[in-house]
Design a protein around this ligand. Structure first.
Ligand code: SF4
Length: 255
């Protein structure tokens, strides 16, 4: 038997996945999608320069799509999604049985006490649009429990959070969405991205063990204030490491 790694075959499959990912991206109409309002700066560049798919984004696409489909199959595919609208805004919420439920996948090794703020912003936007007081966030942490030193293997953990909103909170969120849509439309008309807030910080650059793993495809064009260039993000990590070393050295010299 002979076995050897075949980069060519892997590339063929990757190209197919890239094409599928692009095909699955929604057509950008005049209505703004909820995901655009949650990360308006990226929406600006996507609408101005066109959709960009990177090699890194294929990995997120595969895991997100695959886990999402399995959960929806289990919960009842016939109710899998619900189209929602506000004037000039559209959204597609996940439905699990009779509940609004955002299904997410996360590569975090540690499960946080509270869900990621981005998940909360998304599900509460859908709650406001559908005028539902309750919704769920269901997250699959597929590398939970892993350790930096490799002493522990990861396990797949599933966690759910229930989110409740008052009537007034839903009214306020609807208004915020309408205001953000107006701002994004104005920025597009005036060709001025600085009218818009930055996206969630992890979307700009992904850093792992002080190495840059991925950057937003619009990073060098956008030059996000306070997060550009990349060295400004690496420096605080270096400083933190140096501080930890100083504390450790101090402890060693005292002992
Ligand atoms: S670089 Fe950051 S702020 Fe700018 S579009 Fe990309 S994710 Fe958004």
């Amino acid at each position: 038997m002979q076995i050897q790694r075949d980069e060519y075959f892997a590339d063929v499959v990757k190209q197919k996945l890239r094409a599928l990912q692009l095909a699955k991206r929604r057509e950008l109409g005049s209505d703004l999608h909820i995901s655009e309002l949650l990360n308006p700066r990226k929406a600006y560049w996507t609408r101005t320069l066109g959709e960009r798919v990177t090699d890194e984004s294929i990995g997120f696409f595969i895991t997100g799509e695959a886990f999402h489909k399995v959960v929806q199959d289990a919960m009842g595919i016939e109710f899998a999604e619900k189209k929602l609208t506000l004037p000039g805004i559209v959204g597609t919420a996940d439905i699990c049985g009779q509940f609004l439920c955002e299904i997410k996948t996360s590569r975090k090794w540690t499960i946080p006490e509270e869900p990621d703020p981005n998940y909360v912003n998304q599900v509460t936007a859908y709650q406001a649009m559908a005028d539902r007081p309750e919704a769920y966030i269901f997250v699959i942490y597929f590398t939970a429990g892993r350790k930096w030193d490799g002493t522990k293997p990861s396990t797949l953990e599933m966690v759910a959070w229930k989110v409740e909103l008052t009537d007034q909170e839903r009214i306020d969120i609807r208004q915020r969405l309408l205001d953000e849509a107006q701002r994004l439309n104005k920025a597009l008309a005036k060709k001025d991205p600085l009218l818009l807030q930055l996206c969630a910080d992890w979307m700009c650059v992904g850093i792992y063990k002080n190495e840059v793993q991925r950057t937003c495809p619009y990073y060098t064009t956008c030059q996000p204030e306070g997060r550009y260039p990349i060295e400004t993000l690496l420096k605080p990590i270096e400083e933190k490491k140096a501080k930890t070393k100083r504390v450790f050295d101090g402890l060693v010299s005292k002992s």
